[in-house]
Ligand binder design. Structure first.
Ligand code: C2E
Ligand code: CA
Ligand code: CA
Ligand code: CA
Length: 280
């Protein structure tokens, strides 16, 4: 048994070695990825329940790795947040997302389309987000109304130095602020009244079980009603079934997003999707 333990320890150590080796390789690759143009944005339509039409597109990053194929964000965004690369990557996302939106808006029927971009808190605290956003808007000849920034709840709760001022400035530019992943992990709600938030996005974790789990249904209904009392609109993400959709519509949820309507897609594909949907 002693030998077994020793062996498993050795196995564990070599696993660890492989892990950190893998991490180092990944970090090196990540540094090159930006310069080599290996990132892509895919777009997932957000549907307004009153019109049944797509009103915005969430930009979701992917990494087209030469050997590993299409790498999802969960596998590299946390690392980029740790090592600071999220700042230049985030700048690229804002620029690319707005340029893509400008190209979609050349279609007269897509003139009111907007884009939602995920922003990590490090971009807000260390990056010059105001300047980055202004430049990206100028470059794409769009005004702030075209852009939504999705920020996680934590950022609002912590109220880091300058956060409130910075968010107020962005709001003054016409940009909408969305609280992402709402309901996951924070219990403080006071900030909802203090901060200028337009929209709250109910996390997929709640939406998943609303048609089977009575507690999740109750909580989701309560979140939506709280938001409405504060004049905040609600988007629900991860909608996959008609039953979920019916429940959310019944609660007065304004917008929905999920595989039930559309998966995230490359620009050309989302363009076709939007144009076809508008023809019908
Ligand atoms: P998120 O902001 O919560 O994005 C929603 C995620 O749910 C996306 O995963 C989307 O593809 C997925 N999703 C949408 N509808 C459904 C559905 O009906 N069912 C299921 N099961 N999943 C659905 P994705 O694209 O893998 O992104 C994961 C996370 O990575 C995002 O979570 C966001 O936190 C982060 N992320 C993505 N792009 C960026 C970026 O440009 N910058 C930053 N900072 N983070 C990003
Ligand atoms: Ca998001
Ligand atoms: Ca989420
Ligand atoms: Ca549950």
């Amino acid at each position: 048994a002693k030998g077994d333990r020793k062996n498993s320890l050795r196995f564990y150590e070599s696993e660890l070695g492989r892990e950190s080796q893998h991490r180092l390789t990944l970090e090196g690759d990540l540094r090159h990825a930006l310069a080599e143009g290996q990132f892509e944005l895919h777009y997932q339509p957000v549907i307004s329940l009153s019109s049944g039409k797509a009103v915005s597109l969430e930009a979701l990053i992917r990494w087209r790795h030469p050997e590993r194929g299409l790498v999802p964000p969960d596998e590299f965004i946390p690392l980029a947040e740790e090592n600071g690369l999220i700042i230049p990557i985030g700048e690229w996302v804002l620029r690319r997302g707005l340029l893509d939106l400008a190209s979609l808006r050349r279609h007269p029927v897509l003139q009111d389309m907007t884009v939602a971009v995920n922003v990590s808190s490090r971009q807000l605290v260390e990056g010059d987000l105001l300047a980055t956003v202004s430049q990206a808007l100028q470059q794409s000849h769009l005004s702030g109304e075209a852009l939504q920034l999705e920020l996680t709840e934590r950022l609002f709760v912590d109220e880091l130095r300058y956060t409130r001022q910075l968010l107020a400035r962005l709001e003054n530019m016409g940009i909408s602020l969305v609280i992402d992943d709402f309901g996951t992990g924070y219990s403080a709600l006071g900030y909802l009244r203090r901060m200028k938030v337009d929209t709250l996005k109910v996390d997929r974790d709640f939406v998943r079980d609303i048609s089977e789990d009575e507690d999740d249904a109750l909580l989701t209904r309560a979140i939506i009603s709280l938001a409405h009392d504060l004049e905040i609109e609600v988007v629900a993400e991860g909608v996959e079934t008609e039953a979920q959709l019916d429940f959310l519509r019944n609660c007065g949820c304004e917008r929905v997003q999920g595989y039930y309507f559309a998966r995230p897609m490359p620009l050309e594909q989302v363009e076709r999707f939007l144009l076809e949907a508008l023809e019908n």
